[in-house]
Design a protein around this ligand. Structure first.
Ligand code: ADP
Length: 523
């Protein structure tokens, strides 16, 4: 299915290939969403944080009441394993809301700011105000979470939000149901369906901020479009996470952890393990155990429509174009000398892929250098810590990574040495389950941070305010500029900025300065 340049886009169930419904990539009339947003934003801005939290509580209640329906909708369009969908898209939304109910009042409060001594008598504050209308553009791998989380954070900050989900997984039935049943404030979040044309047209309307999650390729285009109009933009882009396994590990736990890190969500995570570096001293044993366990994973090849009592471990791929990339990477690796240990391409073009492990890999292979975004792991051997660090850093990406070792000092040393925005020691990707922690990338993995304190502050205008009481003092740096004033200011600087401060000289010059403005003012 080539969905580029189509105005009618079919939304397919990847498990059975059935078309569920169609959406239009019609860029006309996008201005109407902004008109609605402008109006509703005034209302949101006038609400107290408590009132906004009460609205977000409705999202929470909706998720609690309708979690099975949400999961059904997500699975129908993504083919995910139910547990993957539950953990990352349903449970996590509850957790984010729970945390931001505490964080939002704290972070959005006016902040008193310290003053330098030269501004004695004045006060400074920062206000955290809404930006206006925020445009959220999202990909297909976590179609519910990635829409609702930035949108509700933007709402808490007082903005109107327009969200454009991926055309691959728009979740239209879910959003229709959500807006009809959640009771969430009307139009505060508008979900607009469409493809790239709708996305581009929404950007042309000049939102006050763009929050984009997606591929590096689209991120660069969106970054350019935003720059042309000076729209602030957060770019959450792709990754090629490396995981480093030292020889002092708990073997059983590490094998299980690495296997989950590589294959959860069928590897369609920007922070999934795609490159695995294993120390040579345990290489054979570790790889053997990893392969043995991986072969036992239950995949979506079981017909999920028959309502098997157990969930599968790994669901289908979601997008046909991604299957083609994964296949290309596997073929490229095999052609360049990689050895297939399990999985591989069983049926070309099938959405039901197998977890695939390749060894003898190197960085000339796409599977070890480009984002694969599928259930593959490319294994490489290393001898020393320095070698492992150099290999992990040899990437255009800098999103996440992990190290496995009982030596926590070494773990932290490696964590500091790896040039990524996120990192785990003896785990993988699970930093993302802490909403208090910011998330974001370095290098080609993106710009900006999301969640943590930044998760709300990124959607605010940070207004810096100085409050001067109407004291009658005419400031010495106001007109006219005279030699006496200049000398006093110079004296003040000399008394204060020297290595040892001269408090007496500072006080004398300070007092003189306070009166000079009035004396030497323009009459
Ligand atoms: P993926 O979903 O594979 O990460 P993309 O990065 O292409 O893929 O898409 C992520 C989101 O960005 C989707 O909602 C898509 O419609 C949107 N998008 C892609 N290209 C553009 C563009 N040029 N302008 C606006 N939105 C775009």
């Amino acid at each position: 299915m080539d969905i580029q340049n189509q105005t009618v886009i079919p939304v397919e169930n990847p498990i059975n290939g059935k078309v569920l419904y169609e959406i239009n990539d019609n860029p006309e009339n996008v201005a109407s969403y902004y008109k609605i947003a402008d109006e509703v934003q005034q209302k949101i801005q006038a609400m107290s944080i408590k009132e906004r939290i009460a609205e977000v509580d409705k999202i929470n209640q909706y998720v609690l009441d309708h979690s099975d329906f949400i999961l059904d909708c997500i699975i129908a369009e993504t083919g995910k394993a139910r547990t993957d969908a539950f953990a990352a898209e349903v449970f996590e939304v509850g957790d984010v809301i729970d945390v931001y109910k505490k964080l939002a009042p704290k972070l959005l409060k006016d902040k008193n700011i310290d003053m330098p001594v030269f501004l004695m008598g004045k006060k400074c504050k920062q206000y955290f105000e809404p930006l206006g209308t925020v445009l959220v553009i999202t990909p297909w791998n976590f179609p519910f979470y990635q829409v609702i989380v930035p949108s509700l954070l933007s709402f808490l900050a007082g903005n109107a939000t327009i969200a454009k989900p991926s055309e691959v997984t728009p979740l239209k039935p879910l959003w229709d149901h959500f807006f009809a049943n959640s009771g969430f404030m009307k139009d505060a979040i508008q979900v607009v369906f469409g493809g790239k044309q709708v996305g581009a047209a929404l950007i042309q309307q000049r939102p006050h901020k763009i929050h984009f999650t997606g591929s590096v390729k689209s991120g660069k285009i969106i970054g350019k479009l935003a720059a042309e109009q000076l729209i602030p933009v957060d770019l959450e882009l792709g990754g090629k996470d490396a995981s480093i396994v030292f020889d002092d590990i708990n073997m059983e736990r590490t094998v299980n952890g690495v296997m989950w890190g590589a294959f959860t969500n069928a590897g369609q995570n920007c922070t999934g393990i795609e490159r695995l570096y294993v120390q040579e001293t345990i290489y054979d044993k570790f790889v053997n155990e990893l392969v043995n366990k991986t072969k036992k994973l239950r995949t979506s090849h079981i017909d999920r429509d028959t309502k098997s009592p157990e969930d599968c471990d790994m669901g289908t791929m979601t997008a046909p174009f991604q299957v083609a990339i994964v296949e290309e990477h596997i073929e490229d690796a095999l052609a360049k000398g990689a050895k297939l240990l399990c999985g591989g391409i069983t049926e070309k073009g099938s959405m039901h892929m197998l977890p695939t492990i390749l060894e003898n890999c190197n960085h000339t292979m796409k599977i070890a250098s480009e984002e694969t975004f599928g259930p593959t792991v490319a294994i490489m051997k290393f001898k020393t810590e320095a070698e492992a660090i150099a290999l992990a850093n040899d990437s255009i990406y800098g999103l996440g990574g992990s190290v496995w070792t009982k030596d926590l000092a070494r773990g932290e040393r490696v964590a500091r040495a790896i040039k990524t925005g996120n990192f785990c020691i003896n785990n993988h990707m699970i930093n993302e389950a802490n909403p208090y922690l910011p998330f974001g990338g370095t290098k080609d993995s993106g710009i900006g941070r999301f969640k943590g304190e930044e998760g709300i502050l990124t959607f605010c205008n940070h207004k810096s305010v100085l409050i001067d009481k109407m004291s009658g003092i005419i400031e010495p740096h106001w007109y006219p500029f005279t030699n006496t004033k200049a000398q006093l200011l110079r004296n003040l600087m000399d008394s204060w900025f020297q290595k040892s401060r001269n408090y007496i000289k500072f006080a004398i010059n300070g007092l003189k300065i306070d009166s000079i403005g009035t004396k030497e003012q323009i009459k």
